[in-house]
Design a protein around this ligand. Structure first.
Ligand SMILES: [Zn+2]
Length: 262
């Protein structure tokens, strides 16, 4: 169910990265799928999300329609959207409002869990623990190069964040993420930390190191919690599963009983 879990402490902030184990989905979505809502069984998806929320004691989770861009959605001010249990199933359930197109979310609200859905791309969770500012970002190759992490950090600082931490979750590693040589050259011209070589000796990109480089240059303390999704049997992997697969998520939240500020 989890590849990493840190339950709320005195600051009220919890964070988790899920894996693909222990859920209700079948076939290529086996079994703890929290994405690809237009293909998997709605009953299985609802059961998976209900199990996650029960385990963590959470209300409805906020997701966005991820489009490999750099748009950040703030929740709780202009542009906030109301959540219910089926909001995240917008692609699969008639009558549910369409999800906002974006690749990052930020909030200062309590009881508003932010989720990022991935299956090889990099899930990044961020927080200023003292100020109670949270963020989540979907950082694949395209979003990383477009500046999604810089935009997320800026949006959090605008809402009072000062000392930021980030947690980089499970994604495809540099030894597995093969790309054409020209693509590698173009990407590394923007972000040198991306340069890597596959375990079979061809050009590749190390997205985790790229994300870490961007965040550290922005003054963020980075924690790496990132086993490889392609070689790890516990994870959904777009490449490892040949394009049809589910999603694990990164999730960050703050509970209301710890609302005090430093
Ligand atoms: Zn790997």
């Amino acid at each position: 169910m989890f590849s990493y879990l840190s339950e709320p402490g005195t600051d009220g902030i919890g964070l988790a990265f899920t894996d693909r184990l222990g859920g209700f989905s079948t076939g290529q979505f086996t079994s703890f799928n929290l994405g690809h809502t237009d293909e998997d069984s709605v009953d299985a998806l609802r059961a998976n999300m209900a199990m996650l929320r029960d385990r963590l004691g959470l209300g409805p989770v906020s997701v966005v329609k991820q489009v490999h861009g750099r748009v950040v959605i703030p929740l709780g001010g202009t542009g906030s959207h109301s959540l219910d249990s089926d909001s995240w199933l917008s692609d699969a359930v008639p009558g549910v409002p369409a999800l906002v197109h974006a690749d990052a979310q930020v909030t200062t609200l309590t009881d508003t869990p932010l989720a990022v859905r991935v299956a090889d791309c990099v899930p990044v969770l961020l927080a200023d623990r003292a100020q109670g500012v949270l963020g989540s970002a979907h950082a694949g190759r395209v979003g990383l190069l477009a500046g999604v992490l810089q935009e997320t950090v800026a949006a959090m600082r605008l809402r009072g964040a000062r000392r930021l931490e980030a947690w980089i979750g499970p994604h495809i590693c540099g030894r597995c993420y093969e790309v054409p040589a020209q693509m590698q050259a173009q990407a590394c011209a923007v972000l040198p930390e991306l340069r890597c070589t596959t375990s079979w000796g061809t050009p590749s990109l190390d997205l985790g190191s790229g994300a870490q480089g961007v965040l550290e240059r922005d003054g963020v303390t980075v924690h790496r919690l990132d086993p490889c999704t392609r070689t790890g049997q516990a994870f959904f992997s777009h490449r490892g599963d040949h394009g049809r697969t589910g999603n694990q998520i990164g999730l960050i939240w703050r509970v209301a009983r710890h609302v005090g500020r430093a």
